[in-house]
Every structure is written in C-alpha cells, then in structure tokens.
Design a protein around this ligand. Structure first.
Ligand SMILES: [Zn+2]
Ligand SMILES: [Zn+2]
Length: 478
C-alpha cells in the first residue's frame, strides 16, 4: 500500500475509540425511520468537528443531512444509514432474548455501525485531500429511513445526489465480500376501500362490504400472478380488516401492497394492472377505493469497475483483528441460532475454482468469518434497497463486512445484541478503511472514474435518473 494511502487510513485507526463511542451512542438511542433526530444530530456534529460543511434538513426531511469537505472534482460520496427497527429492543452482549425496554426499537440491521463506518471513511478521505493538497470533494450523506421509508429515494428525487462522480457504501453482516447483487425496483401502495355499514343479519341488503372488496381484490391479484414476468414479487398486508364484529357489514378495509420487479417500467405496468383489479373489486361490491402511493425504489445498477477496486481493497487492507474474546462471544451467540443456510454458504456454493474454495476451507466453521470472499458473479437479488436510486445517479459500489457471528440473521435480536461488541466495531473500522481505500484509489487514478462512468452510461442506456416517486408523495414510515 502506498504511503499516502496508508497515512490517510491511519486517520481511522487514531480515532478508533471515538468512532466506537459514536456507534455505541447510536445503539443506545435507537430511533426508527424519519425520527432519527439523535443520530442525525450526533453524526452531523461529528462531521462539523472534523471540518465538514454540514447541511441539514435535505429534501425537506428533518433527519437527512450531508457533510462536505474540499472543493472541485472529483466528488466522492459515502452513504450512511442510522435508523433502527421497531420492537427489536435487546440488551447488548446478552445471549438470551431480553429487551432493554419492551416494545422499543433496536439496531437489528447494524445501522449504528453502518452510519459511523461510512462517516469514518469520509474522514479518512478528507485527511487524504487535506494532507496532499489534492483537488476533490468528499461528501458524507446522512440517509434516514432505509428500513421501509426509502429515505435515499426522496433525497434523490430532490437532487441531493446530483453532481456525484462516485459513491460507496457497506453493510454490516457475517461476511467480507463485495456486493455483486442487483436489487429489485419496487412500489408500495395503499388500497383503501370504503363501503356502507349495516346489520349483517337484519338488513344485509343495505350494506356494502369494504372487506368483500378487499378479498376480491386479493383473489384477483392471485390470478394475476400467473401472467407477470417470472421474477416479479407481489406481497400484501391487510392493515385494516374493517373491524372485529362479523355481525356488522365492514364499511372500511385496507391492504398495503408491495410490488417488486427487476426494472421500474415492469413495476409501473404491474401497478397499473393491480389498480385495475382494485377498481374492479370496488365495482363488483359497489364500494369505492382510494389508491395512495406510499414510496418506491429503483433497482441497483451494479458497477463492475468499482467492484473490482473494492475487492482489491478488501484483500489489501489488513482484516479485523478478532481476538479470543470476540470468538468466545460469537460462539455463545451461535448457540442461540436456528440452523439455516447462511449468506456465507450461499456465496461459497457458487465458487467453482478449487483453489478459491480451498482458501476458504478454514473459515467455513469459524465463529466469525474473517476471510475475504472472491469476487462473485453478478446476480439478481430479490430484495430492494434505496441505494438503487443513488446508483442511477452515479456509479455506486458496496461491500459487506463481518461484524457479527457466522450464521447470524439480519433483523434478529442476536444482531442487536452484538451491535455494541468489540467484534462489531472492528468489522466497522475494516469496512471504513476498505471504502476509504477504494475512494483514494479513484482519486489517484482518474481512469477508474472514467471507466466506472462509461460502464454506468452503458448499463443505464444513458437514460437520466427519473425518480419513481411522484412529486406529491411525502416521506413517511408505515
Ligand atoms: Zn435491514
Ligand atoms: Zn440494513
């Protein structure tokens, strides 16, 4: 590793304690999407202390912010998340399920680490620009409500990511790997039926059931499933069954639908077809339906050039120094897990090169995966992420870093429990260095940015980003 890069990455190591405390303070104040006032304030203050220019309230969202350092191009962004999950409160380092406060949120997706890790990367790049008097701008984006709120989608709609040359992010988890999976585009919509209440036995002829309409809509959608592209995903939740008394004709009912497909135009078409079914159901039952658009995400555009750079950095930068204490905690947590196929196993199964497989052999049964997975084949994932909307604006790459025991599930109490442990913080600092190292490589070799942009243009067909969220839809969390 070149001296300048090593020096910049040392900025992360010298702030080790401070960054760990920042992550812990976010863990101690878990806040759900669009309510992350403590996290936003804490991270924004940390940026100001480092000399970043902070802009708060981006896109009209109180907890969306950015910190900018430097001037001129290239402009490199780091994406930070910090929202927690509702109801996942759990005591730290505790290997039985025990909430700190019953019903409170908890960091089950490790976003306390995610936000601080990306911030640490931004600080290292700032250090690099400053020490070497190099033109360029580094930006940290405080992105609220990743969990179900599509915060980045609303920020993208407002043009927050305009002018970026590249962006990097990461996710805490159980493996060290570059993310080569594209995500699905999605729409989330509410269908509210309105009918007429009546005594279901005495005067059923006077009632018009909103619940009947809702059930007919769902039946219609089940038939639609046969006639959509193979990868399509259609999910729904009945959020209002219209009441609990069968003796009353239900005058209101609501379902929330989540429609996913590989490409946005496919989701748009699916949405129109589902709307027709809802309207048909309303017509059949002489009720009415109000269709409310909640949010949307674009698919993630993979960038193999940036993925290659991130893979190099994953392999070049010394891995997290997990010690016996970390392994011990990991083993205890593993004792509470229900056996299932892990992400590591999924990636491992796909490796065909016997040499690569041999390299990972020692790691298969390790309590924490320390190895770096080889760069995987690109593939279509079935989840969605609001990083998709950033990736339509500029080339984006993401890594996963091991911050938790092997085999752990996201959104679990176990994930909350290890979120404050030394193991988690070690993984976070490793991820920060890999992201910063990748950005520094791009600053040192302009052909990286050039190639990444050419690829981006090719993959998007040169189409400019168009927000999938209509202009009148406001951010909210369900
Ligand atoms: Zn999550
Ligand atoms: Zn997450």
């Amino acid at each position: 590793m070149k001296g300048k890069k090593r020096q910049a990455l040392a900025a992360i190591e010298t702030r080790r304690e401070q960054l760990g405390n920042l992550s812990d303070s976010l863990w101690d104040h878990p806040e759900v999407g669009y309510h992350e006032t403590f996290a936003a304030q804490t991270l924004a203050q940390a940026l100001e202390q480092e000399g970043f220019q902070v802009q708060r309230g981006l896109a009209g969202i109180q907890t969306a912010f950015s910190g900018t350092f430097g001037s001129g191009g290239p402009v490199i962004g780091f994406l930070g998340e910090f929202d927690a999950l509702p109801g996942l409160s759990q005591k730290a380092d505790c290997t039985v399920q025990a909430p700190v406060q019953e019903g409170n949120p908890g960091h089950g997706c490790g976003h306390n680490l995610l936000g601080v890790g990306s911030l640490a990367a931004a600080i290292a790049v700032k250090q690099y620009l400053q020490e070497n008097q190099i033109p360029g701008t580094v930006k940290f984006f405080g992105c609220p409500a990743e969990e179900g709120g599509s915060g980045k989608g609303f920020m993208a709609r407002a043009g927050v990511f305009d002018g970026l040359d590249l962006a990097f992010s990461w996710h805490p988890g159980e493996v060290n790997s570059v993310s080569t999976e594209s995500t699905m585009a999605n729409y989330q919509i509410s269908y509210q039926f309105q009918g007429v209440a009546s005594h279901a036995a005495m005067s059923p002829e006077l009632g018009r059931s909103a619940l009947d309409a809702l059930e007919l809509m769902n039946v219609g959608v089940q038939f639609l499933r046969e006639h959509v592209p193979l990868e399509t995903r259609i999910h729904y939740a009945i959020t209002d069954p219209g009441g609990s008394a069968p003796g009353i004709v239900q005058p209101h009912a609501e379902a929330i639908y989540l429609l996913r497909a590989v490409h946005l135009p496919q989701v748009r078409e699916l949405y129109q077809r589902v709307n027709k079914i809802a309207q048909g159901a309303a017509m059949m039952t002489e009720t009415s339906v109000v269709i409310t658009f909640i949010k949307a995400c674009s698919n993630v555009i993979i960038n193999s050039e940036l993925n290659r750079v991130m893979q190099q950095n994953l392999e070049e930068i010394p891995p997290a120094d997990f010690d016996e204490g970390d392994l011990e905690l990991a083993r205890r947590v593993q004792g509470t897990l229900t056996p299932s196929k892990s992400y590591f196993e999924t990636l491992y199964e796909e490796i065909t090169d016997p040499e690569e497989r041999a390299k990972l052999e020692q790691d298969i049964h390790a309590p924490i995966h320390r190895a770096v997975m080889p760069l995987a084949q690109e593939r279509q994932g079935f989840v969605s992420s609001d990083v998709g909307d950033v990736s339509w604006n500029c080339p984006v790459a993401q890594i996963n870093a091991a911050t938790a025991p092997a085999g752990i599930a996201m959104h679990s109490w176990q994930m909350v429990s290890v979120g404050k442990s030394p193991m988690a913080k070690k993984g976070m600092l490793y991820a920060a260095k890999v992201m910063a190292g990748s950005a520094i490589d791009a600053l040192e070799d302009p052909t990286i940015i050039q190639r990444a942009k050419e690829e981006h243009k090719f993959r998007t067909g040169g189409r400019p980003y168009e927000s999938p969220i209509p202009p009148d839809v406001m951010p909210r969390i369900l």
